[in-house]
Design a protein around this ligand. Sequence first.
Ligand SMILES: NC(=O)c1ccc[n+]([C@@H]2O[C@H](COP(=O)([O-])OP(=O)(O)OC[C@H]3O[C@@H](n4cnc5c(N)ncnc54)[C@H](O)[C@@H]3O)[C@@H](O)[C@H]2O)c1
Length: 352
Amino acid sequence: MRILVTGGAGFIGSAVCRRLVLQTGAAVINVDKLTYAANLASLASIERLETYSFLQSDICNREVVDLAFADYEPDAIIHLAAESHVDRSINGPDAFINTNIVGTYTLLQAARTYYERLPLQRRKQFRFVHVSTDEVYGSLGPDDLFREDTPYRPSSPYSASKAASDHLALAWFRTFGLPVIVSNCSNNYGPYQFPEKLIPLTILNAIDRKPLPVYGDGKNVRDWLHVDDHAAALIKLLHEGKPGEKYNFGGDAQRSNMDVITRICDELDRIIPCAGPRRSLITFVPDRPGHDARYAIDASKANRELGWKPTRTFEQGLAETVRWYLKNRTWWERTRRGVYDGSRLGLLASQH
Ligand SMILES: NC(=O)c1ccc[n+]([C@@H]2O[C@H](COP(=O)([O-])OP(=O)(O)OC[C@H]3O[C@@H](n4cnc5c(N)ncnc54)[C@H](O)[C@@H]3O)[C@@H](O)[C@H]2O)c1
């Protein structure tokens, strides 16, 4: 198969590209604008292979996207390109509206034009996998789970822009017959994640013995999924998902932010003990505006219909991730020095 991946220089996109090329034998063209969040070093293991190619472009650029479809003639598209950090969406929503909504619209239109010209047999096989988040469902109480039919109640500019893109994607299925499949996944963690998100930020700050910020009371719960399990889910979805349907993916690993942070401290203390326990670096900071209390996924549809389930426990995956960041300083040191130093994002002027 020839697959057009958008956002393949990002955290999840690079895991999808590596898996497609190295484990499934598919050919990939990665279309990525290379924003601050991109890192081409994440693709070092495949960048020289004939089955991998790269096109630097904004997905909002219809002309270039049309050319990519025409030249590459993909059998499918996995759309991951997005602005992805909630805190940044509070400080500057513009890029989120442009990339997540207008960019998805541009891709859907380009894919539709391309799809309508395909011969019947190739049209039957074509798929557009739209990668989204569980944050579109909003905040849960203490006991419920997000199901595919949970109503959308996004809280942040990020999740609202992703919700809009999900609605567009499914409308393109219902109105134009474009074979779109939508995935809504919980928080991912693992290697190659840009160190603005909770887990890599905490690991790097704890390595450097810097303060470990805890938003609010630290009791917010996320359902953590390892990025490789998510990449496997998306590839299964491409082959076995039903067009026009939504699928939830989660790690069955609900943990509070405080649990995650203390576990990272203890793991690092075990590997590189130092004078005092790293838990002493924990610092409570003002909460994120609109911070959702709890996310948790009911992934039974993916399990039943795709035979998918996560392969690691959170504790295994987190320990592996901590070791990965320790061993791969060159991957993140340049980013910490030149792109983002870990300082607080996403506060309103009144909170400073
Ligand atoms: N990280 C998570 O926990 C998580 C969970 C569920 C869903 N998702 C979704 O998965 C997708 C990937 O997330 P991620 O964490 O890998 O994001 P990321 O921020 O690590 O990477 C995003 C990539 O998209 C590229 N990009 C951004 N704007 C672009 C544009 N206009 N044109 C082309 N490329 C552009 C960036 O250069 C970057 O390489 C997103 O759609 C996100 O909403 C993420």
